[in-house]
Design a protein around this ligand. Structure first.
Ligand code: NAD
Ligand code: UDP
Length: 357
């Protein structure tokens, strides 16, 4: 029996693949590589010494996806695949509703058809909108404030309804706070296309000399130093959370919801300062206008995950900065392969890479 990982080539998916493989799972990845590179999975195989079955296909392609269910014995699905850029979701909302919501419905339909009723879903702290107080616990009111957030909220509601209609399902919804960092090997990490929207990849691009200055979006928030506060969580801690969530999902039916965060907030200036002391690299900054729709402070109450999943984030902000920097400094162009220095083929997985033209 295998675990189907949608979006497994992406930032969080690739790190989770490592933890799943190290935990002895067989994994099958489906990804259209719209926001990732198969090289990430090649490196997952090199890091773990294990192989992955990879399907290059779009989750909207129901027929091809059905093949995956027909050919493989699937025990559970971890559904990472989705688009995640808030700004783009405002500009092109239909693309987000189609890609995030329709894909989830398709995968759930197939899961239902083939009686694979165990699902772990990637949600986000964005479903809390602009919270009135912190720390944020799972029972807080939900209010998405942009199309991306609404896709996550709608999917959460769809999954709740799915369980009501068929209570053989076991669904775990994970609300991530701000994942940063990278695998300690420096071989995989976040590889955004174009100019990064998020803080840490922007900082590392400045540090590596590809961007000149970090624009800090506002310094007049009611926070320790006026800059926005977020709950940054190491992506490996997050990945380990998925392995524990999967175990829990396989043990009982129902819908369970967990925040995955550290419970501690850092301001933008604190993150810059942590990065500088962790790496010795100075980050030039410029204060600019606030970004519309940004919350002042957002951090998790992670107690429920600690109690029920036995999960707690272990890595601190300095480790997050060191690991982000190790990845970026060793791979200034992300997963783009230098043909001369590295073999660009999927060395462990090439037999399984199914091109979808
Ligand atoms: P990512 O873009 O790195 O990974 C997503 C993967 O899904 C990519 O490999 C992409 O190619 C694939 N994909 C997208 N649409 C697809 C489709 N139609 N068919 C097949 N593959 C498709 O993003 P990530 O940071 O790893 O995020 C994973 C999930 O976690 C997403 O659902 C995201 O919304 C959610 N999330 C991310 C963050 C964050 O800050 N990174 C925070 C909260 C929630
Ligand atoms: N931020 C910033 N400059 C950037 C990117 C982000 O000042 O180039 C700030 C942003 O206003 C927020 C924090 O950094 O206070 C984290 O932003 P990110 O986009 O990474 O996460 P999100 O706001 O989606 O939680």
């Amino acid at each position: 029996m295998g675990i189907l990982v949608t979006g497994g080539a992406g930032f969080i998916g690739s790190h989770t693949c490592i933890e799943l493989l190290n935990d002895g799972n067989e994994i099958i990845v489906v990804d259209n590589f719209s926001n990732s590179n198969p090289e990430s999975l090649n490196r997952v195989c090199r890091i773990t010494g294990k192989s992955i079955k990879i399907y290059h296909l779009d989750l909207l392609d129901l027929e091809s996806l059905e093949e995956v269910f027909l050919v493989n014995q699937i025990e559970a699905v971890i559904h990472f695949a989705g688009l995640k850029a808030v700004g783009e979701s405002v500009q092109d909302s239909l693309k987000y509703y189609k890609n995030n919501i329709a894909t989830t419905i398709i995968i759930c339909e197939l899961m239902q058809k083939y009686s694979v009723k165990n699902l772990v879903f990637s949600s986000s702290a964005t479903v809390y909108g602009l919270p009135d107080t912190v720390p944020i616990s799972e029972g807080f009111p939900l209010k998405a404030i942009n199309p991306y957030g609404r896709t996550k909220l709608m999917i959460e509601e769809i999954l709740q309804d799915l369980y009501i209609s068929d209570n053989e399902w076991s669904i775990t919804i994970l609300r991530y706070f701000n994942p940063i960092g990278a695998h300690e090997s420096g071989m995989i990490g976040e590889d955004p296309s174009g100019t990064p929207n998020n803080l840490m990849p922007y900082i590392t691009k400045v540090a590596v000399g590809q961007l000149n200055v970090l624009n800090i979006f506002g310094n007049d928030y009611p926070t320790i130093d006026g800059t926005g506060v977020r709950d940054y969580i190491h992506v490996v801690d997050l990945a380990i959370g998925h392995v524990l969530a999967l175990d829990k999902t396989l043990k009982s039916t129902g819908v369970k919801i967990y925040n995955l965060g550290t419970g501690k907030g850092y301001s933008v200036l604190e993150v810059v300062s942590a990065f500088e002391s962790a790496t010795g690299v100075k980050i030039p900054i410029k204060i600019t206008n606030p970004r519309p729709g940004d919350a002042a402070i957002c951090y998790a109450d992670p107690k429920k995950a600690e109690k029920e999943l036995n999960w707690k984030a272990k890595k601190g902000i300095i480790e997050m900065c060191e690991d982000s920097w190790r990845w970026q400094s060793r791979n200034p162009d992300g997963f783009k392969i230098n043909e001369e220095s590295e073999n660009p083929r999927l060395i462990y997985s090439e037999d399984f890479l199914i091109p979808n033209n």
